[in-house]
Ligand binder design. Structure first.
Ligand code: ADP
Ligand code: NI
Length: 218
């Protein structure tokens, strides 16, 4: 099978699995990450096949939605075998997927290859800005979390159990992760894009607190 055909087959496979997903990890998240990753790959001269395939498959076996704390990539591996991706590329794709997740900053998510850096940046960019805000609250809702509770302060995560703690609220997620991402971007292109999205989130939070602490019209 040609590589372009493999990519098309992968799109169909992922669309089918994630289409109506309700926590912000749906097919349109994948499509946005795919587009961003392609853009970054061009700028950074990364291998476009590995980048495109990894961007498409990165959320198929997500640790956040299982009882486990590691990424079990069985579904992805079986799929890659079934369409005949060669071993070296398969291993590269799986290694990136297994290590790219932020996991509250507790686990090491450093990427060693430019392809890994590009896909990780693209996924992180889609957690920022207006879409990032929307996705954070969609995710919080899917875990039954309240929007905000001023009594519960952001925490420095020590363990992966802390990261999954159901008692937390979504505003804390901005401090525990989203506002940190701009400085963790791997590529200069992503840093530039992140800058603008970061500012928007700061403005969003300012407005959120102003409405929360309503002090009358002025
Ligand atoms: P990662 O695996 O690096 O966390 P994903 O793309 O799988 O990246 O998921 C990140 C998305 O899920 C982001 O939009 C993020 O805001 C949202 N998310 C993850 N954890 C939480 C949380 N505790 N509260 C709100 N949103 C969250
Ligand atoms: Ni993702």
């Amino acid at each position: 099978m040609k590589k372009s055909e493999m990519i098309e087959q992968t799109k169909e496979f992922v669309k089918d699995k994630l289409y109506g997903e309700g926590s912000g990890h749906d097919w349109f998240h994948i499509e946005r990450v795919y587009k961003l990753a392609k853009h970054l790959a061009e700028k950074e001269n990364a291998d476009s096949f590995v980048v495109e395939m990894t961007a498409l498959l990165h959320d198929i076996d997500d640790w956040k939605f299982s009882d486990s704390f590691t990424t079990n990539t069985t579904t992805t591996q079986t799929f890659l075998n079934s369409i005949g991706v060669e071993e070296e590329e398969r291993n590269h794709i799986i290694t990136i997927i297994k290590t790219m997740s932020f996991k509250g900053g507790v686990a090491d998510s450093t990427q060693k290859t430019i392809e890994g850096k590009v896909v990780q940046d693209a996924d992180r960019l889609d957690a920022l800005g207006a879409i990032g805000v929307a996705r954070a609250f969609a995710y919080g809702g899917s875990k039954n979390r309240v929007l905000y509770d001023p009594a519960i302060k952001p925490m420095e995560f020590q363990t992966l159990e802390d990261v999954k703690n159901p008692e937390n609220h979504t505003i804390n997620h901005f401090y525990e992760k989203l506002l940190k991402l701009k400085d963790l971007m791997n590529t200069d292109t992503a840093k530039r894009i992140a800058e603008k999205r970061h500012k928007f989130m700061e403005e969003f939070l300012e407005e959120f607190y102003a409405e929360w602490n309503f002090k009358g019209e002025n």
